[in-house]
Design a binder for this molecule. Structure first.
Ligand code: GAR
Length: 190
């Protein structure tokens, strides 16, 4: 059997994408394993999900570090100890800095709830609804030094439902879970 790729998921919130990735690994839909959850929000629900799934958690409070570089070096140490090869951002609400980018060139992937380059940054679904667009969507892309920039790997459109953020978010999350897994499987096959 082929060796499984060791991935770390980075998340700051509820972790529904983490759960989808974890389930896909367990089911064998992804030839990879989640070696580590990295979170900058130790009290976020994603931490509980990881513990329940038996996945090691590296939880950090970035404010306790003097610099962003010191924070990322601590994260890097945890990644290296866990022999992680790919970083998957899944609702990680922090810009990746030079320390992690240099350690994982072209090996960091992000999912974002809009059709980038439209609506980058926070509250992308709220931004789309406020702009009055009828169609928004999901983007999976390689991470560079920018905010939700970097080469696009896959996109899927999602209709804005009744101009309603919550209804649209539910539809977007459903699409995210499938698109992230399919895109990663394509990337790992190459
Ligand atoms: C997801 O919609 C993800 O695309 C978004 O955060 C949400 C996390 O949900 N990420 C960004 O906005 C990144 N700029 P989850 O915690 O349930 O996976």
């Amino acid at each position: 059997m082929a060796k499984k790729v060791r991935m770390a998921v980075f998340a700051s919130g509820s972790g529904s994408n983490f759960a989808a990735l974890e389930a896909a690994c367990r089911a064998g839909d992804l030839s990879a394993e989640i070696a580590l959850l990295v979170t900058d929000q130790p009290d976020a629900y994603v931490t509980e999900r990881a513990q329940q799934a038996g996945i090691p958690v590296a939880a950090f409070r970035p404010r306790e570090f003097d610099t962003k570089s010191a924070y990322e070096q601590a994260v890097l140490k945890a990644l290296q100890e866990a022999q992680v090869e790919w970083l998957l951002l899944a609702g990680y609400m922090r810009l990746i800095g030079p320390d992690l980018l240099q350690a994982y060139p072209e090996k960091i992937i992000n999912i974002h709830p809009s059709l980038l380059p439209s609506f980058p940054g926070k509250d992308a679904i709220g931004q789309a609804v406020a702009a009055g667009v009828k169609v928004t969507g999901v983007t999976v892309h390689l991470v560079d030094e920018g905010m939700d920039t970097g080469p696009i790997l896959a996109q899927q459109a999602v209709d804005v439902i009744d101009g309603d953020v919550e209804k649209t978010a539910t539809a977007i999350h459903e699409v995210e879970h499938g698109l992230y897994v399919r895109t990663l499987q394509d990337v790992l096959k190459k």
